[in-house]
Design a protein around this ligand. Structure first.
Ligand code: GRF
Length: 214
């Protein structure tokens, strides 16, 4: 029996990445278990996905809190109450305070729709198209206080076609995300991710990130 890490997934929307993580975690030898889903949006479809999978959900609406510190403290309370060991941000559209991020250092992942460090922030597909980027994709990284920063565990990468639209890129990225996030969580949960003395990320002993191609 593998000992499975207890994971919370934070969402704001449709939750297709949440779905990919929940599906992967059904495998008997997957090293993590999704035990809590938190959304800052009461109408996020990801909440329905979690309920269907009989995973407990919480809505913590940022509008109910006077500032980010109190909002993050409420999330922290839920995470501690559920004995959470690892956190996955999956389309969670709130910026977290440095204090919260530091508390989860090395134990919190985010997925971003670009090949980081390229195109941090929003509208990544349109920006990649405008630049005629040779490659585009997604990155799963450990979260650090600066936006979309931190060591990258896994990237999914492809060459956009000559006539690709923003919608095409979004669909291709999403497909890769659904492979990349379960892999990254599995690597982190099984202890396969280390940072060497120079600050370089090692994935099962080899310099990262692990690259998936479409
Ligand atoms: C993904 O594209 C992810 O990279 C970004 O938000 C999107 C979430 O999609 N951070 P979903 O809710 O998982 O379908």
């Amino acid at each position: 029996m593998v000992s499975k890490k207890r994971v919370a997934v934070l969402i704001s929307g449709g939750g297709t990445n949440l779905q990919a993580l929940m599906d992967a975690a059904l495998e008997p030898d997957y090293p993590a278990r999704i035990v809590l889903v938190i959304s800052n949006k009461p109408d996020a479809f990801g909440l329905t996905r979690a309920a269907r999978a009989q995973i407990p959900t919480r809505v913590i609406n940022h509008r109910d809190y006077p500032d980010r510190t109190e909002f993050d403290a409420r999330i922290q309370e839920e995470l501690e109450g559920a004995d959470i060991e690892l956190v996955c941000l999956a389309g969670f559209m709130r910026i977290l305070t440095p204090g919260f991020v530091t508390a989860w250092s090395g134990r919190m992942l985010n997925i971003h729709p670009s090949l980081l460090p390229a195109y941090k922030g929003l509208n990544t597909h349109a920006r990649a198209l405008a630049d005629r980027a040779e490659r585009h994709g997604c990155s799963v990284h450990l979260v650090e206080p600066a936006l979309d920063s931190g060591p990258v565990l896994v990237q999914g990468s492809f060459a956009p076609g000559p006539d690709a639209t923003v919608e095409d890129l979004a669909a291709q990225v999403h497909r890769l995300e659904h492979r990349a996030y379960p892999l990254a969580l599995s690597l982190l949960a099984s202890g396969g991710v280390t940072i060497d003395a120079a600050g370089q990320i090692l994935i099962e002993g080899a310099p990262g990130p692990r690259i998936l191609k479409s």
